[in-house]
Design a protein. Structure first.
Lengths: 214, 214, 214, 214
DNA sequence: TATGAATGAGTTTTCATTCAT
DNA sequence: TATGAATGAAAACTCATTCAT
């Protein structure tokens, strides 16, 4: 006794324990989903007793919210850190996408919580996730807007159209992140840029695909 | 007694009852999510007793699977019916997208089950949904491949690249279907075509966006 | 099989089951108190499973409220049935007290719920009990008022004074009911009448005990 | 450091800390009831950590018992101090009642513990309270007995009858203390004396109310 | 003297599912 | 075909209590 590692009831500072719990919760929620994950399982995964989880995180809802907040902030931080503010719009978009795919590939459980699980309607944290998604979409929207301004694009794009494009791009990225977990972030980012960028460029030049256009 | 409308415990043919139950289940699952929806609530919504639901649909899982199957088939049928086999690829894509957006807008509960709810991992029907999604992606992939062949596109697109594009397109459509519920299917479809088609066209011509391209 | 009494899972009509549950709940709450009584124990005492208790009575709170309501109504009915409306006030009071003591002696558990347990502050049914007590006090107050009017009592008794007397009488009766559970209702009623009635009579004649009166 | 008021973990003598804890416990038990009050809440209210409460008071039960004991002794001391041993019986009763009502009005939380909460059967301190109540009743019984002896009351009152009267009086006082919290102790005491004393006097003179007495 | 960290045991409540008719 | 009656199993959450410092 007295040796490091001999602890039976480890005494660990609160901050550390909270991180352990969040780690365990993210993994468990990712694996099972919100409703199917039990507090019991999370506590076991965290290596503590259930009451301690409640003492620190208060409820299943708050625990999930804390997970979502942490993972969303990490993702946003990664993307934001990657983007060089002064660079041309396509460069910015590329950097952002690259960071996005690399982060989600590196943190699949966090991504599962943000994407697959948290969409679930009816749960009390739905707005937390919706807000994060809206923020990301707005970020992309601003990028597209800036690019359009750069290009002096003539038949100005309607706001609603830009917003729609942003949502489409976000959805495409999310889908690729899920599908392409096995592929490198660079490949995914390139796919999306190829897919989207010349479409955007064309749009900005005033070109439009017309349904009647045979 | 015996008069039409006087019976309280109606004897209704099995097929009709089953449809009532599926309707109620789809609505309830869409509103609450799989776990949160209770068989009690579904039975009440269907206007029958719980044992009858079990008699016909056997279990919550099977019930949900039946819902997913029905809604997935309806969506696929709608898309397939809209596409003219002989038409040029862009025309086919346009028709498919239009049908997709119109169907999801017309059946938001069905769409919620396919998209939001059913993604939830860990649930036993996850594969049902994944399969449907894969089928749709494959359909799109085939379209793109056909278009590429049409265009005699020279630096042949890698299979993996085409699949990635297909997934991106599907994700973009899904995202738009959720975001743009308020907008007309035609608008959404146009947005996506503008967004995606010239990118594809450009790709087929061998143009590529390059990260190094400053 | 087929013999009466061979049931393993008895099928009993809802009304009967509800009464069984209320009986068990009254006994258990009386023995343990509201918080200390567990739904498990009540279910076992009622000879059913816990879910059935919840199916019929919805929650511990509602269950307790139902108990209080039932016992309060029974007590009030017993007292009210015993009082002859036209009789002189002392006669009415006597009959009421007698019925009160006999009923509480015959239903000690019900009385425990109304008196000992239900006074507990902080519980959500407190007002239910307070209301019943107020109703009884009001009934007595009316009796005293009527007696005073009968007696043409001269220095009219202040309303507040009458109300105070009524509360004192109720408290005395409650105390006796608890203490004198072993004694006959008739004895208890006589004790109270002797204790209280000539005091009232004296008051009505204008006599008052004065603190200064050595 | 070392300056008065600078310490955060105050070193306070045991006696003082114990009083703080009892004060907090009395207030909390009064507000929530025995079961609903948590040791956590009490510790917070006392401004100390939970282990310290256990160090000094050992368990929830013992803590509650200590509260009951302290409040009961304070009430008894107040009543006893007010009664002049040599005075005539009615005078003694008057002084005791007055002190009782004034003390309970001044210490409503203490009274709540003794009266409302502690009656709860099934809890391990029930006897503590019952003992106190018995002691008070005995005190009153002695007073009545003395008065009867004073009055050379002829048809000697049976012991059981005197005890019953004492209990009735105590219950009346308790009821008034709860109902009449808003009224002055003097008013309440006067109400009771008027209510009870002439009844007692009459009894002692051999007068009895008879059920048959129409 | 004083406390942050930790838990075993128990609570109320819900739900998918079945039996007897 | 249809249902009222019934339950096993498990979930979220709380609490009195103790250990290590």
């Amino acid at each position: 006794m007295g040796l490091v590692g001999t602890q039976s009831k480890q005494r660990v500072p609160r901050a550390v324990r909270e991180r352990q719990m969040l780690d365990a919760a993210v993994a468990t929620f990712a694996k099972r989903g919100y409703r199917a994950a039990s507090m019991d399982e999370i506590a076991v995964a965290a290596g503590v007793s259930k009451p301690l989880v409640y003492l620190y995180l208060h409820s299943k809802d708050e625990l999930y919210s804390a997970c979502v907040r942490r993972e969303a902030e990490a993702l946003q931080a990664a993307v934001r850190a990657a983007v060089e503010p002064g660079a041309p719009a396509d460069r910015q978009l590329w950097s952002g996408l690259l960071a996005f795919f690399e982060h989600t590939a590196a943190h699949p459980d966090g991504w599962a919580i943000l994407y697959s699980q948290a969409r679930t309607v009816g749960e009390p944290f739905a707005e937390e996730v919706a807000a994060m998604r809206a923020e990301i979409a707005e970020f992309v929207r601003a990028l597209i807007g800036a690019a359009a301004a750069d290009a002096h694009c003539d038949p100005v794009l309607a706001d609603r159209e830009v917003a729609g494009l942003a949502h489409a791009l976000v959805g495409a990225a999310e889908s690729l992140a899920g599908w392409g977990a096995a592929h490198s972030g660079r490949e995914n980012a390139a796919t999306l840029m190829n897919f989207a960028w010349s479409g955007l460029a064309n749009l900005m030049r005033g070109g439009r695909w017309e349904p009647s256009a045979r």
